[in-house]
Design a protein around this ligand. Structure first.
Ligand SMILES: [Zn+2]
Length: 129
């Protein structure tokens, strides 16, 4: 970008140094062309600067989004851990086998069937552990 600025400045200096007669048609056109080039160089420089700022802004948003995603997936993971917490390990009163049952079932005081000996297990005694 600076190279365009310096090239235009060099060209401008060259026109000045040549002592171009600005009262001639050619001289006026040449002077106007150099002026337009100067304006364009300034404009391009400004756009380049704001482009850098926008890029930095996008990078910052990108980083924030990555953090949010990390947090989201962490919470998701904890959610599944909570799911595990909803189960309670109890021992079958008949065969002594370990049975995992949902806390909701215990809270309702429902009976369950032991998957090992197929006898009914009362869950009332395990309520609200
Ligand atoms: Zn059993």
């Amino acid at each position: 970008m600076n190279s365009i600025m310096s090239k235009v400045s060099y060209l401008s200096g060259l026109v000045d140094g040549l002592d171009v007669d600005k009262n001639t048609k050619e001289g006026r056109i040449l002077t106007e062309i150099v002026n337009v080039l100067k304006d364009m160089a300034v404009e391009i420089s400004d756009i380049s600067e704001s482009q850098k700022i926008v890029q930095e802004y996008i990078d910052a948003i990108d980083e924030d989004l990555a953090e949010l995603q990390e947090d989201f997936y962490d919470e998701d993971y904890e959610f599944y851990e909570d799911e595990d917490d909803n189960f309670v390990q109890i021992e079958c009163t008949a065969c002594g086998d370990s049975v995992y049952i949902d806390k909701d079932i215990i809270a309702k005081g429902e009976e369950i069937t032991c998957p090992n000996c197929h006898k009914k297990i009362a869950t009332k005694n395990y309520c609200c552990e």
